[in-house]
Design a protein around this ligand. Structure first.
Ligand code: C2E
Ligand code: CA
Ligand code: CA
Length: 271
């Protein structure tokens, strides 16, 4: 027999204990409805007009203030609480869209992030459709963002989910493309509507020329596949100019606007 040993260090013990504390805190936060969402505009590179918004969850923590998702999403993902969170954000976004429609405010599509666990729930598509119906959201105003890593593992399941969603008026985006090992097979197999390039895709440095050639090719390919292209995390005008030249459709990043509380968005638009 091969003998296998696992070492359990005190460091691991501390980490586990910390996770437990955080988990209990997150659970209490969910019960107290402390999770809200911010909106970040996505704009057309040529006209400067806002064409969409991405919802980004935040925890309105009673002591810590506004907390970004990097702090609480990993622990929620490890135990399934993430689905409850995703659906809460989803419902708040639907409510906002309904309010805008009813008040005659200009309505812009909003996208929401979907975690791996949420997407693989058997009733995921049905839940999305139910909320869209319940809040009377017309086709084309809700977009779902799936991260590339999730899709790589489940091509067949994912294709069926995407098709089912598109048939019911949802738009589907592939998030974080270029962040990890990007697979061209995904683009071939799954008819997504939007391709979002991760900021790491545009990193400058020793291989900048090569990087640009790849970006230009990918933008062309996306156009041929009739996918909209979004460059994410754009922080400077130099990159905006380069992306415009290369034919990228939209940008989202600090250069244009940071994520803001949903309530501040109207004021931002007026400005
Ligand atoms: P993401 O979907 O890739 O979202 C983009 C992240 O980049 C956001 O971080 C945003 O604030 C940040 N960002 C935007 N523009 C710039 C820029 O110009 N420079 C830099 N350095 N960063 C920029 P955030 O809000 O901390 O969210 C982190 C991640 O958490 C998101 O990455 C997404 O994967 C996840 N997430 C956010 N909301 C939800 C949600 O409701 N459900 C799930 N499952 N995941 C969510
Ligand atoms: Ca996203
Ligand atoms: Ca992203």
């Amino acid at each position: 027999y091969a003998v296998r040993c696992a070492y359990y260090s005190s460091d691991m013990k501390t980490r586990l204990e910390n996770n437990h504390v955080l988990l209990a805190e997150v659970q209490a936060g969910l019960e107290r409805d402390e999770f809200i969402y911010y909106l970040q505009p996505k704009c057309n590179l040529n006209t400067g007009k806002i064409v969409g918004l991405e919802s980004l969850v935040r925890w309105k923590h009673p002591e810590k203030g506004i907390v970004a998702p990097g702090y609480f999403i990993p622990v929620m993902e490890s135990n399934g609480l993430i689905t409850e969170l995703d659906m809460k954000v989803w419902e708040q976004v639907c409510q906002t869209l309904q309010d805008w429609i009813k008040s005659g405010h200009k309505v812009i599509p909003i996208s929401v992030n979907v975690s791996r666990t949420t997407m693989l729930q058997p009733d995921f598509t049905e839940n999305c459709r139910r909320l869209k119906r319940q809040y009377e959201i017309p086709d084309g105003y809700l977009e779902l963002e799936f991260t590339e890593g999730v899709i790589v593992e489940n091509h067949d399941i994912f294709r069926e989910i995407v098709k089912g969603l598109q048939e019911h008026g949802f738009s589907c985006a592939m998030d974080d493309f270029g962040a990890e090992q990007s697979s061209l097979n995904i683009l071939k197999d799954i008819p997504m509507n939007v391709l979002k390039f991760d900021r790491r895709f545009f990193e400058r440095g020793e291989y900048e020329e090569r990087g640009r050639a790849v970006v230009a090719c990918m933008l062309n390919l996306a156009e041929t596949l009739k996918m909209e292209t979004v460059a994410e995390g754009v922080e400077d005008m130099e990159l905006v100019d380069m992306l415009r030249e290369m034919g990228c459709d939209f940008i989202q990043g600090y250069v244009y606007a940071r994520p803001m509380p949903a309530g501040d968005y109207r004021e931002f638009m007026e400005r």
